[in-house]
Write a protein that binds this ligand. Sequence first.
Ligand code: TYM
Length: 327
Amino acid sequence: MKTMLSGIKPTGQLTLGNYIGAIKQFISYQNDYEMLIFIADLHALTLPIDPKELKENTENLIAIYLACGLDPNKVILFKQSDVHEHAELGYILACQSNMGELSRMTQYKDKSSKISNKESIPTGLFIYPTLMAADILLYDADYVPVGIDQKQHVELTRDIAERFNRTYGGGFKIPETVLARSGAKINSLSDPNKKMSKSESDKGTIYLLDDLALSRKKIMSAVTDMDNEVRFDMENKPGISNLLTIMSTLSNRSIEDLENEYRHGGYGNFKKAVADVVISELEALQNKVNEIKKSGIISQVLLEGSKKAEALASKKLELIYKKIGLR
Ligand code: TYM
């Protein structure tokens, strides 16, 4: 069976973009692959974060994974910081990368451009992709399901792995990115040319655990265009196209099917239908998350997951240590 691996950072609140672009994909693959899904909590440290908030986000994220239907009997579910090999291999891979390729990462450029004093850009933000490469390469992952924004990091992982294999005579499997067929980039409701993002808390972002009435309001006030025809056209009608994508992925209906039903019914009517679908999905999710948090199973799931992950990761790290002459 092929191996699939992915993770999400416990920074901020999880968004509808994370849900559609990543989590829903994980669920659909769990029967077909050897799957590892983790909480990228070391990655959450690359920008300042309050310890209490980090803990809360982590608990919420694991509860969301479980509430969405990830089955810990099928999937190895764990926290990155529970498996020390991630940080160790991350260091080795930082030594295999160079400043040029890391400076070209779009996400680094975006995030660092928001920091006005360039001297204070955190080093962790810069070497973030080498830690992500370690996450993937430790487990010989064949496939990495992510949203479009992470594709460049997986490509860098491939470059680093190929370089290492050439230098040291093998060691790593070369992974491939898997993008969602639809929904690999959910955009902001207030600025539909930009990614919906948890770092930009605004009226354009739907948070999975947020107040439902507020989320409905955000959808009803989503920015659209003036021509009042519900039709998919990413270039000229990004707002309507984004709403069509959201509704299509959540209701399992094709875009064409939705266009046929809503084309001439007016934007208000269409937005209400989108809001109904989103809210009913979020309501069910929130109820399950609350049940899971009350049930007290989270620490047990993480303990078992980290043991299984550690068994795989330690073998790989030993092999790499041997290859580079540390053993
Ligand atoms: P993160 O935590 O920023 O996002 C988690 C996942 O959600 C996807 N995503 C989106 N998809 C569609 N539309 C959006 N608006 C949207 N916003 C986010 C992301 O592409 C991602 O798949 N570095 C990663 C976490 C990570 C990881 C890994 C992933 C660490 N190690 C190894 C895969 C393999 C990150 O920060 O994702």
